[in-house]
Design a protein around this ligand. Sequence first.
Ligand SMILES: O=C(O)C[C@H](O)C(=O)O
Ligand code: SF4
Length: 515
Amino acid sequence: MEKFQQSMYDLIVETSTKLPKDVRRAIARAKVRENAGTRAAMALDTIVENIQMADENVSPICQDTGLPTFKIKVPVGVNQIEMKKAIRAAIAEATKNGKLRPNSVDSLTGKNSGDNLGEGVPVIKFEQWENDYIDVRLILKGGGCENKNIQYSLPCELEGLGRAGRDLDGIRKCILHAVYQAQGQGCSAGFIGVGIGGDRSSGYELAKEQLFRSVDDVNPIEELRQLEEYIMENANKLGIGTMGFGGESTLLGCKIGVMHRIPASFFVSVAYNCWAFRRMGVKIDPATGEIIEWLYQDGEDVDFAKELEKAEAAAALEQGETRVIDLVPPLSEEQVRQLRVGDVVRISGMMYTGRDAIHKYLMDHDAPVDLNGQIIYHCGPVMLKDEEGRWHVKAAGPTTSIREEPYQGDIMKKFGVRAVIGKGGMGAKTLQALKEHGGVYLNAIGGAAQYYADCIKSVEGVDLLEFGIPEAMWHLRVENFTAVVTMDSHGNSLHEDVEQSSLEKLAQFKEPVFK
Ligand SMILES: O=C(O)C[C@H](O)C(=O)O
Ligand code: SF4
């Protein structure tokens, strides 16, 4: 088994940097479905470009490399303790090389371990089987989509859909609702795994297990095959679209599993995965530890380079209609008040990262830099330090902004911040503050971590690094950083509009379908 650690390192790097073929095909299908020239089509073009860049740079597709979860099947007699050690060493190595973001945080002290190791992290689950090879599957599921997982206890009342009973039709309603409640915040278009039955923990476990199925497989249970097909057809009618921008592609895959339950409980658990669906698998020779075969690689590959050529043509078409505005901070109130939902902005100059820890800190501390007229970027990047002590950005896409909702408006007013960049949009409190203070919310494309890293020309400083790499305040000099205005200073919010219209569409699915 001497090669096992190297094999695990290769599996981690491949999973973080290259999407499997079945996922690529699903994304290509979404592109075909999307109407050219729309914001959703533009978002999909950025996603495709990002996938291509991650391939070429062998760098993380998304900066959030998740909570690494390994599912391993071993022949009887294989030493699981040694395997665990090798996996932990491979994880630490991949983190050191910038293939994973240091993502393991002590839940009580908030301290980042720095190497992705920690209490219960990574997750490694073993099972024995009677085959003569080892099967290792890995999923890197990020926090934004993990936060959109949801569990229903039937019977229940669902917004838009009414009563959901303890039957197939009740399950149907839960799944549609799960897609609706995620909106664009889990970086739609997404993939869902559904677990029917079990208890609260085994139900979620079953839901996550479904994410290891191939996107193109067919459910062997006839009712579930029908339900999967129904969901794929109808969830895309909710009009949430890529990034929640509205559009035709909201869901890229739906896999449903079932297990027994106890009489009093009836859970439907849904695991939501973003478009950056990073899961991979290998077969391993138990004698040497070498990789015998890569999984999820059947069928046709998608040539995203060709897709990009088509995208360029569409973008040229679109530019005539959309206002594209160049911004160089510091921004004045007047400049910001001129921006309207739907405008595209291109930023050159400085921006400062700030996410959960920074927002909480700024509520009762001074800012380490003058933020007057500046832009805060909701981002937890992957950073590497070179031998001379200079920092380099390895991946830097936006994080889910709604987590900062309790703080954002107050922080903008307190420090004179004029714009925030993130993804998924923010709520009523921030919208009100944008109006009162003269501010704007800019939506970047979630998961496009290579695309944005490329816009960052230098790292000019860092504050509060004691919060850990993802949570520190990084001072970034950018060039032509592109984002869409989705909330403006006149009370308009694209997110509010899409949420409202998708709720109306959800209500169309109220009547029973499966008797
Ligand atoms: O932690 C992050 O960088 C992002 C997270 O995955 C998110 O979707 O908000
Ligand atoms: S930022 Fe988006 S793409 Fe990245 S892990 Fe979070 S949900 Fe997924």
